[in-house]
Design a protein around this ligand. Structure first.
Ligand SMILES: *[C@@H]1O[C@H](CO)[C@@H](O)[C@H](O)[C@H]1NC(C)=O
Ligand SMILES: *[C@@H]1O[C@H](CO)[C@@H](O)[C@H](O)[C@H]1NC(C)=O
Ligand SMILES: *[C@@H]1O[C@H](CO)[C@@H](O)[C@H](O)[C@H]1NC(C)=O
Length: 360
């Protein structure tokens, strides 16, 4: 705690922190609409990739596949589930938009054009259209005050780190790529700031090396495993990225004078599920619930969840991993409650209170 307060003083300037985060909510802001714009990859995609490409992911994935933490955050915030930006049917954007797309990274690729910068551009488009339509009582009806006080959450980087390691499984190779990955995140964050975003909620990336997919496809030798049985190289790559992201958050706090930047330690939250599965009623955390092949990982390439050859376990509530890459509903519920608690945020604030902050 002492350490955290010391950091707060350094990061926000203690006076500023007090005035913006503690006093303002006391001014009676009960009616403010909590608006959230989310940017990222499959960790927070509510179905955009399937929508964009016109695909359907077969059972047993179906509905369960895209139950993501974001949906739960919204429930916790007493908001409707955020609609995916690319979903044109039945979407309600009055509480914000989810721009996240599965497979997205910081870079536009042949397979996925929805990089973080594309998503920031889509936000610009959305904001313009909202302004055009508002006067006619159409569109999201989000007003300027709501744009200013919205939370802009970003969860990107996992695919960048993973792709770098898949291409060349050497620690130094991914370390060399981290500066450019971070520069793209920095540029997109600054682009959002230019468009008026002020409250940023930035997640670091989880322990890639504990995912059943990573273990099944990338492990060559048991000597590569850490004490939990996770692939050390992939976790170290994620940690190196996370160290850089933490520094980037500090830099953004200095350079973007009006921005409030909250950094959320997703790595710690998710790693705990693998380190202490029993605490949450989980068993065999390194094994996918839905997949093929049985222990230790229940993950076989081309027989993954959604393929006819894959089957789901009887009770997913005892599994951490749903399909080898994504977390189960039960795991996401634990993750969401930890995020909501504020314990993993720096500075320490929970998402609900952060959302309710009203900036002067
Ligand atoms: C939004 O509108 C502004 C002002 O008209 C314009 O400069 C900008 O290019 C537009 N952005 C997008 C993404 O449409
Ligand atoms: C980030 O923005 C700066 C300034 O506009 C630009 O020079 C740089 O090329 C951008 N970096 C990336 C990786 O796009
Ligand atoms: C696994 O790694 C250890 C330590 O690096 C090495 O001694 C051993 O020969 C390796 N085993 C295989 C099957 O490659």
């Amino acid at each position: 705690m002492r350490d955290q307060h010391a950091r707060l003083r350094v990061l926000f300037g203690f006076q500023l922190y007090l005035s913006m985060l503690v006093i303002l909510p006391a001014l009676g802001l009960a009616h403010s609409n909590c608006v959230l714009f989310n940017f990222g990859d499959s960790n927070s995609d509510p179905g955009a990739l399937m929508t964009a490409l016109g695909l359907y992911l077969g059972p047993p994935s179906g509905q369960q596949f895209f139950h993501r933490p974001t949906g739960r955050f919204c429930q916790n915030l007493k908001m409707d589930l955020l609609s995916a930006y690319l979903e044109s049917s039945g979407s309600d954007f009055s509480h914000g938009v989810n721009f996240a797309v599965a497979g997205a990274s910081t870079e536009v690729s042949l397979y996925n054009p929805f990089s973080i910068s594309t998503q920031a551009g889509q936000f610009g488009h959305f904001q313009n259209r909202t302004r055009e339509l508002r006067g006619r009582g159409k569109g999201s009806m989000i007003n300027e005050k709501e744009f200013r006080n919205a939370v802009y959450s970003i969860d990107i980087g996992q695919n960048d780190v993973n792709l770098a390691l898949v291409a060349n499984s050497r620690y130094q190779v991914v370390v060399n790529k981290i500066p450019i990955i971070l520069e793209r995140i920095e540029n997109s964050t600054k682009a959002l700031y230019k468009l008026g975003a002020r409250k940023f909620w930035i997640y670091n990336t989880g322990p890639l090396g504990c995912l059943p997919q990573t273990l099944a496809l990338r492990k060559k030798n048991d000597s590569e495993l850490d004490e939990l049985g996770c692939l050390a190289l992939y976790n170290n790559g994620a940690k190196a990225f996370n160290d850089g992201l933490s520094n980037l958050c500090d830099k953004l706090r200095t350079e973007l004078k009006e921005a409030l930047v909250v950094h959320v330690d997703m790595y710690a939250i998710k790693y705990d599920l693998f380190a202490n599965p029993g605490r949450y009623g989980f068993e065999n955390p390194l094994m996918a619930c839905c997949g093929n092949g049985g222990p230790p990982y229940n993950y076989v390439d081309k027989k993954t969840c959604g393929e006819p050859t894959a089957t789901a376990c009887a009770d997913p509530s005892h599994s951490v991993s749903w399909d080898g890459v994504h977390y189960t509903e039960a795991a996401n519920a634990v993750i969401a409650s930890k995020i909501m608690s504020g314990e993993y945020s720096r500075p320490s604030i929970n998402l609900k209170n952060f959302c309710k902050e009203v900036l002067v």
